[in-house]
Each structure stands twice: as C-alpha cells, then as structure tokens.
Design a protein around this ligand. Structure first.
Ligand SMILES: Nc1nc2c(ncn2[C@@H]2O[C@H](COP(=O)(O)OP(=O)(O)OP(=O)(O)O)[C@@H](O)[C@H]2O)c(=O)[nH]1
Ligand SMILES: [Mg+2]
Length: 251
C-alpha cells in the first residue's frame, strides 16, 4: 500500500467516525497538553539549599570549607554574616557522572545574628544543627533553646524540613557520644516545653508546640524528621553529613 492509499483510507475512516467522537478526542488532546505545560511551569525544581546552624563555636564554618574544599580554612573567626556558596561536594568532585551542586549556607551562631535564619528557612531543603560535642555540658541549655526555637517555627514545621543534629569535634577523646547528647537535649527540651507553655500566650513567640502532651519528649515526636550523627570538621570525617545532604538534595 503506498502513501496515497494510506491517506485515502484514513480520510475514509475519519469520515465514518461520528463528529462527536472527533471533538471529544480533540478536547482530550488539548486538555492534556495544557495540563502538561502548566505543571511544568508551576512545579519549581526542588530546593538544593542546606543550612548549617548552631551555637557560636560549634564548628559550622570549618564544616562548610570541609564540604566545599575538603580542607580546613586557615584561622576561622566568629562569623558575622551568612557564608554561602553553591558547589559540588568536594568528595564528589572526581565522579564521572554529572552531580547536582548543593547550596550550603553557614549561618553565624551569635545570638544577635540569628534572626537572619528566617530569611533562609523558606528556601531550605534540609537543616544541620551543629553541636560542639566537647564543650557540650555548658552549652546544653542554650543549644537546646535554639533548637527548640527552630523546631517550633512555622516555616520549618509546615514544610517538614528534615533536621540533622550533628555532634561535631568527635576527633577529641573528651567528646560526648551522640546518644548522650540526644538524651540530654531531649530532657532540656522537655523542661522548655513546660516553662514556655506556662508563659502567657501573648509572650509566646513559638508558633508550634513540640511533642505529645503528658508524655516525655523524644525527637521522634517532632513534626519533621530529626536524626543525629557524629562528625569531625577538623579531620574531615564528614561522610554522615554528606550522606544526609545527598538524601535531601538528590544528586
Ligand atoms: N577539635 C575540633 N575542633 C574543631 C572542629 N571543628 C571546629 N573546631 C574548632 O572550633 C572553633 C570554632 O569553629 P568555627 O567553624 O569557626 O565555628 P562556627 O560554628 O562557625 O562559629 P560562629 O561562626 O561563631 O557561629 C575553631 O577554633 C575550630 O578550629 C572539630 O571537628 N574538632
Ligand atoms: Mg562561623
């Protein structure tokens, strides 16, 4: 059968199809095309931003350079501004396949500079809360307060942003274990829940509450997924941090 005959047959077939069927088919094609175009336009690519937060001196800036350059930046000082950069993780730089760059934001830990975190939370795919595992006991309360404030923020709860508690400085023998840190911070948050709910509602800045009323607090009761891992920014033992990042910013 040549082309002319094919054409003839198709035209004949179309002639026999009831017009209502043809209109319905055309409507389905138009509708699907519009739907495909609009979903492409409106579904923005998933965010690639990871925030490093935590108290001052926890080691965020050292971790930032370790992730980016695979080395420790000389002479880190207290950060005054968020430090951000988009890069392929240093450990992935030699990979042949193309990997998606990650935007890492290293937030200053100083209490007066913490409000800047609110500017970055809407873009965050994941949060890393860095804790100094060596100097932990004296910092347990302020660190838990800061963590509590993050975990009760509307922007974090509504988007269920996953959070990693990273117990840093594990190279030191005096570093506390992640299990101990997690337990102590949980206890501290338990106390905070009570004291904050006792404050008159007008004074409460936290938008959400944590845990199950009447039950001791544990991190698996949080609205978002909270996990805990060890790291040493100084010696470059950051594989669990990198794994967490890649879980939430797909390569
Ligand atoms: N032993 C040890 N020391 C570390 C480690 N990471 C950071 N430090 C030290 O901890 C100090 C603080 O590190 P930074 O990275 O500047 O801390 P930061 O969290 O960025 O602090 P702010 O910018 O003030 O919020 C520095 O003296 C680092 O050398 C680590 O893994 N092990
Ligand atoms: Mg810093």
């Amino acid at each position: 059968m040549d082309l002319e005959q094919w054409k003839q047959q198709i035209l004949e077939w179309l002639h026999n199809v009831p017009p209502i069927h043809l209109y319905a088919a055309a409507a389905v094609i138009v509708f699907t095309t519009v739907l495909l175009i609009s979903t492409r336009l409106f579904t923005r690519a998933k965010s690639n931003t990871v925030l490093l937060t935590g108290l001052t001196g926890a080691g965020k800036t050292v971790l930032f350079y370790q992730l980016r350059d695979g080395s420790v930046h000389q002479g880190t000082v207290t950060s005054m501004e968020p430090n951000h950069s988009t890069f392929v993780l240093h450990s992935e730089a030699t990979e042949k396949r193309k990997v998606r760059p990650v935007r890492v934001v290293d937030m200053p830990g100083h209490s007066r500079l913490r409000t800047k975190l609110d500017d970055y939370l809407p873009q965050a795919a994941a949060i890393v809360f860095v804790v100094d595992a060596v100097d932990f006991l004296s910092n347990c309360r302020p660190a838990s307060e800061y963590l509590y404030d993050i975990l009760t923020k509307g922007s974090v709860v509504k988007k269920k942003i996953p959070l990693l508690i990273l117990c840093n400085k594990s190279d030191k023998v005096t570093a506390h274990s992640k299990e101990f840190i997690c337990k102590q911070m949980g206890k501290e948050i338990d106390k905070l829940r009570e004291s904050r709910s006792a404050i008159s509602s007008a004074d409460i800045a936290n938008e959400f509450t944590l845990g199950v009323p009447g039950e001791p607090f544990s991190f698996n009761q949080c609205h978002n997924k909270v996990s805990v891992q060890d790291a040493s920014g100084l010696t470059g033992e950051i594989s669990q941090l990198e794994q967490f990042i890649r879980e939430h910013v797909k390569p």
